[in-house]
Design a protein around this ligand. Structure first.
Ligand code: HEC
Ligand code: HEC
Ligand code: HEC
Ligand code: HEC
Ligand code: HEC
Length: 244
């Protein structure tokens, strides 16, 4: 009698079992990564040693992010400014404001330093409380994003309107991967990266951008696709991109 099942099928149940187990693990792991949105982090809004206000300095006074976060386009790390940067203006403007006591202390204006710390002598840096921090096992690079048409707003929300900065986006692995899989939803012209109020549709009304067939582009999605192709943007999804 002919063997109805060929010989290789002997191993089939085992293979199926192994596959199911692997799939099961992947599903559980995937669920853990994507469905646990680290919700406690979103909305984190510590109070700061000086009530520094982005809405006032960026939106009303018109300062560019890079005036203070000067490393952001050159390095992986975005810096918070030193007291000197504030002092450029505040040695003249609102100099005596009680809100600026920690700044004066940092600049070595001694009465304030003594009042705040009870000691005489040199000032110490302003101790800003950090809001965003990736875990140590995650590799992240600011310049790789802002020089490729990804704006601060995609990852930090509308900081330009925040009187006190809060953690606006989850920064979970799923959050990163959502954009790495479909960056076209976010890409914008490089000169608009620091304009957090940019709206693609308005930009496209003022600037005539044509696709390869000569049709005018009118939506973020089509514009994003266009930029992605034009700049050859391919965010990686392999584990070693972000875990190295
Ligand atoms: C005049 C200086 C100045 C300018 C201009 C400025 N910032 Fe800031 N920024 C600060 C200071 C100081 C802090 C730290 C205190 C705080 O969190 O408010 C900060 C904090 C932040 C943080 C949170 C950092 C953390 O701890 O995780 C983000 C994000 C940020 N800024 C984004 C921006 C963006 C985006 C712009 C441009 C739209 C901008 N900033 C413009 C001074 C500035
Ligand atoms: C380009 C100039 C400029 C820079 C740089 C600047 N500021 Fe200001 N800041 C101003 C102006 C102008 C005002 C509004 C002053 C007023 O309302 O009288 C102001 C207001 C403030 C106030 C409110 C003062 C009060 O008494 O209401 C604080 C606090 C402050 N700034 C903190 C900072 C800090 C911290 C930095 C550095 C991270 C900084 N500023 C950098 C120009 C600047
Ligand atoms: C693709 C996402 C992304 C974009 C775009 C982005 N950031 Fe960040 N930012 C992060 C992450 C993630 C962290 C935490 C990094 C870490 O802990 O090493 C962070 C941290 C920061 C910090 C805190 C650094 C510190 O040492 O306290 C500042 C300030 C900041 N970003 C400013 C900016 C500014 C300004 C822009 C736009 C010019 C920007 N970021 C664009 C994701 C982003
Ligand atoms: C809004 C879109 C967006 C988000 C959110 C985003 N990325 Fe990216 N990422 C990109 C783009 C676009 C590139 C550039 C790809 C290219 O140059 O082809 C990139 C590149 C990178 C690179 C490669 C840098 C290099 O040296 O090659 C790393 C690492 C990275 N992202 C990590 C992260 C991490 C970690 C997060 C989450 C905290 C994140 N990204 C969130 C869009 C995003
Ligand atoms: C685009 C960047 C990016 C890529 C690609 C990426 N990860 Fe992650 N991963 C992250 C970030 C960001 C976190 C931190 C999430 C958090 O803090 O909530 C993380 C967290 C993790 C964790 C810890 C999970 C937890 O809940 O604490 C594991 C495990 C992990 N990643 C495995 C992987 C594996 C395996 C791959 C390849 C399939 C991968 N990652 C690809 C960005 C990335």
């Amino acid at each position: 009698m002919a063997n109805f099942f060929p010989r290789w099928t002997n191993l089939l149940p085992l293979k199926i079992a192994v596959c199911l187990a692997a799939l099961g693990t992947a599903v559980v792991a995937g669920f853990a990564y994507y469905a646990t949105p680290k919700a406690q982090r979103v909305g984190y809004q510590p109070s700061q040693p000086i009530p520094y206000d982005h809405e006032l300095h960026v939106n009303q006074l018109g300062l560019d992010c890079r005036y203070c976060h000067s490393f952001v386009e050159h390095s992986g790390h975005a810096n918070v400014p030193t007291a000197n940067v504030c002092w450029n203006c505040h040695q003249h403007v609102a100099k005596g404001s009680p809100k600026l006591a920690a700044l004066r202390s940092a600049m070595g204006v001694n009465e304030d330093h003594q009042e705040l710390t009870g000691e005489a002598g040199e000032g110490h840096p302003i101790e800003w409380v950090r809001v965003h921090r990736a875990p140590d096992y995650v590799y992240f690079d600011h310049s790789a994003h802002v020089n490729r048409g990804v704006s601060c707003v995609s990852c930090h929300g509308n900081v330009n309107h925040m009187r006190v900065v809060w953690h606006d986006k989850s920064h979970s692995m799923g959050f990163c991967l959502d954009c790495h899989r479909a960056p076209e939803n976010h890409l914008r012209p490089l000169e608009e990266v620091y304009n957090l109020d940019y709206i693609a549709e308005d930009y496209l009304k003022e600037n005539k951008i044509l696709d390869k067939d000569g049709n005018r582009i009118t939506t973020q999605l089509d514009f994003g696709m266009h930029l992605k192709e034009h700049w050859n943007i391919r965010p990686k999804e392999s584990c070693t991109t972000c875990h190295r």
